[in-house]
Ligand binder design. Structure first.
Ligand SMILES: Nc1ncnc2c1ncn2[C@@H]1O[C@H](COP(=O)(O)OP(=O)(O)OP(=O)(O)O)[C@@H](O)[C@H]1O
Ligand SMILES: [Mg+2]
Length: 250
């Protein structure tokens, strides 16, 4: 999918927790149909950017807009209705409920009736090959399927932008392949996606553009190959001992 006009606009985003500046004056755009990667060492501020976009934390300053509408400072349900959906670094599902119940509960947020929510959930489960698991409790599923349910819950919101936070952590290479294929497929259908990922190969394969964060500051941006050979990135991310460069989980 080629990139289009700016759909999501982040300007001078700063997030402070007490004396710690987790994100410092970060600005970027995401075009319609774009697949943007975000990388950076542990604690760089990647998840905090998602939290700010998705309404889980209030920015200290800066603006976030989707299709021109202000996002920053709104509660998560409102942000979801504006077209932004996210998955979490650690799977967060209603574990004692079935797959169908989990996905339907999410769809309820944007549907006018229970019937419409069920129909929407069915459509999303079909897309994600979850139909055979629809009546299983989430707790009984392997991690890779639980991650699919997380994506299904996000897609049930019919988002314009999907935020995926370290989707590949804990998955084996074959499961990782499957999720990469799925993300591509969603992006090919026109969905804008932002992927936070420690597995550089995944970022290289998927992203049209990459942002590199270090200590809350954007230190590089550009096409994956350009960014990975930038000396500041090599120093800050790839070269520093203790940074993760493969699929270890946080
Ligand atoms: N709710 C919070 N309260 C206080 N400090 C926080 C909070 N959330 C994040 N932080 C701090 O902000 C910084 C950035 O954290 P963040 O989770 O955004 O990093 P990250 O880049 O996602 O790291 P990782 O790769 O380990 O997931 C860290 O120093 C973290 O401890
Ligand atoms: Mg994180």
């Amino acid at each position: 999918m080629t990139t289009g006009a700016a759909l999501l606009q982040v300007r001078d985003l700063t997030v402070r927790f007490g004396g710690l500046t987790a994100v410092h004056e970060v600005s970027f755009d995401v075009g319609a149909g774009e697949l943007l990667g975000i990388i950076g060492p542990n604690g760089a501020g990647k998840t905090t950017i998602f939290n700010a976009i998705a309404g889980a934390c209030r920015p200290s300053s800066g603006t976030i807009r989707i299709d021109g509408a202000t996002v920053a400072g709104r509660p998560p349900e409102k942000v979801a209705r504006l077209g932004i959906a996210r998955t979490f670094q650690s799977v967060r599902l209603f574990r004692a409920m079935t797959v169908a119940e989990n996905v339907t509960l999410s769809a309820v947020l944007v549907c006018r009736s229970m019937g419409a929510a069920r129909a929407q959930a069915s459509e999303v489960m079909a897309l994600l090959d979850l139909e055979s698991s629809r009546d299983k409790e989430v707790d009984a599923l392997p991690l890779a399927d639980q991650k699919r349910v997380e994506i299904a819950r996000a897609l049930a919101l019919k988002p314009k932008v999907l935020l995926l936070d370290e989707m590949m952590s804990g998955l084996n290479p074959e499961e990782t392949r499957d999720i990469i294929g799925l993300i591509r497929q969603l992006n090919d259908r026109g969905l804008a996606v932002i992927v936070i990922e420690h597995v550089i190969q995944v970022i290289n394969e998927l992203s049209h553009r990459v942002l590199v964060l270090d200590h809350g500051v954007l230190i590089a941006r550009g096409r994956p190959q350009e960014v990975m050979s930038d000396p500041r990135v090599v120093e800050a991310y790839l070269g520093r001992s203790g940074s993760r460069t493969s699929g270890e989980s946080a």
